[in-house]
Design a protein around this ligand. Structure first.
Ligand SMILES: [Mg+2]
Length: 277
């Protein structure tokens, strides 16, 4: 498993690599500029994103995408295939939502375009097999996740899992993670816009100032939550899907904090016990 994960580090196209480096540099900049978070109310619920916050996700997608571009190497260069696939995925998000099944359908659609609808049953079979391979990758928790969540739970703080993705796929990952018992509520969301978070808060019967979100995506886990008046902590991950990349306009927000790892989050909680209960 670890070797697959490490291997995925090597497969970025130069464009993706450049994006990734910019992102990391930008995140470091944000971190050094971050004010100390100020919480003036009591937090009743901490919600965690799942993919690339609790467990590895995006590197596996990139690994499958590399295999996909290899399948189509006779038709177009890798970068061009990546670009066309992203265009298809972006166009289809509102139809399929986030997750592996939509990814597979977009891979098939893009392949049909690239190969100009030749007789390519075999190609489609191979793409479907790639999708099943992606669904079946073993679950890899990020460092410190299990220990940190268990410690937070022991302190009596309510925790929620709030993730996008395919329902069955995310349920399977959660079950395989061994983290199920840490959470008081699981929310698998079709999107993570401000109105989606508002619905979640209504369901949980908490006010924005009682809600803290922790996640790796500025676009999905940070900005919409801050816009509601809630609190958000960013734990950047080294690989971010291009679709999720946005400029972080939150760096001066007193309800925002950027940290390096979930273990650092535990330290933040230890040092700020007055935020809870
Ligand atoms: Mg995520």
């Amino acid at each position: 498993m670890e070797s697959a994960y490490l291997k995925s580090e090597l497969i970025f196209s130069s464009a993706r690599q450049a994006n990734q480096e910019n992102e990391i540099e930008y995140d470091l900049q944000i971190k050094s500029n971050s004010l100390k978070m100020k919480i003036n109310s009591k937090i009743k619920i901490i919600a965690f994103d799942a993919d690339d916050t609790l467990w590895v996700n995006e590197p596996f997608y990139r690994e499958i995408e590399k295999k996909y571009t290899d399948l189509l190497a006779d038709f177009l260069p890798e970068n061009e295939i990546n670009k066309r696939l992203l265009e298809t995925e972006t166009r289809n998000i509102h139809l399929y939502g986030y997750g592996v099944k939509g990814f597979v359908l977009s891979m098939i659609e893009t392949a049909l375009q690239i190969t100009d609808n030749q007789d390519n049953n075999q190609l489609i079979e191979k793409i479907i097999a790639l999708g099943k391979e992606l669904i079946n990758v073993p679950l890899v928790l990020l460092d410190g996740v299990k220990e940190s969540l268990q410690e937070i739970k022991q302190q009596g703080i309510k925790m929620v899992l709030a993730t996008k993705g395919d329902l069955l796929d995310q349920e399977r990952k959660l079950s395989n993670s061994g983290l199920e018992n840490c959470f008081d509520h699981i929310e698998i969301m079709s999107n993570k816009n401000q109105k989606d978070y508002q619905k979640l808060l209504n369901r949980l019967s908490v006010l924005p100032e009682e809600f803290l979100m922790v996640g790796n995506s500025v676009k999905s886990d940070i900005l919409p939550v801050l816009a509601l008046g809630a609190y958000a902590i960013h734990i950047p991950y080294h690989t971010t899907w291009v679709h999720e990349k946005v400029v972080n306009t939150a760096k001066d927000n007193e309800r925002f904090l950027a940290i390096d790892s979930i273990s650092d989050f535990l330290s933040v909680i230890e040092q700020n016990k007055e935020w809870f209960n």
